[in-house]
Design a protein around this ligand. Structure first.
Ligand SMILES: [Zn+2]
Length: 82
C-alpha cells in the first residue's frame, strides 16, 4: 500500500489549529519530525515522493517509515554478506 502526501501545503490561516500528520487523509497529531535525507529510500518504498527537507508524521506513520528503513538496511547487510 502506498501513501500520499497532502496535495496542498498547510496555509497560514490554519495556524491556530493544532498540526496534524503530513500524510494524506491522516488526521493524527504530530508525533515526530523526520529528516527526509535519512529516510529517503524508506519513504520511496512506501510510495512517498517527498519534496521537503523534513516531514511531520504521527506515531503510526513514523513507525511505518522506521520499519521500511530497517528492512532496507537488512537487505543491504545481506547483500554485503555475499
Ligand atoms: Zn499519519
Amino acid at each position: 500500500m502506498s501513501l500520499k502526501f497532502r496535495k496542498h501545503e498547510k496555509s497560514n490561516d490554519q495556524k491556530n489549529k493544532s498540526q496534524t500528520c503530513d500524510i494524506e487523509d491522516c488526521s493524527e497529531p504530530i508525533f515526530q519530525s523526520i529528516s527526509v535525507s535519512n529516510y529517503e529510500k524508506a519513504l520511496l518504498k512506501i510510495g512517498l515522493d517527498v519534496k521537503k527537507e523534513r516531514i511531520l508524521v504521527c506515531k503510526k506513520h513514523h513507525k511505518q517509515i522506521r520499519k521500511a528503513s530497517k528492512k532496507d538496511r537488512e537487505i543491504e547487510r545481506i547483500r554485503r554478506g555475499f
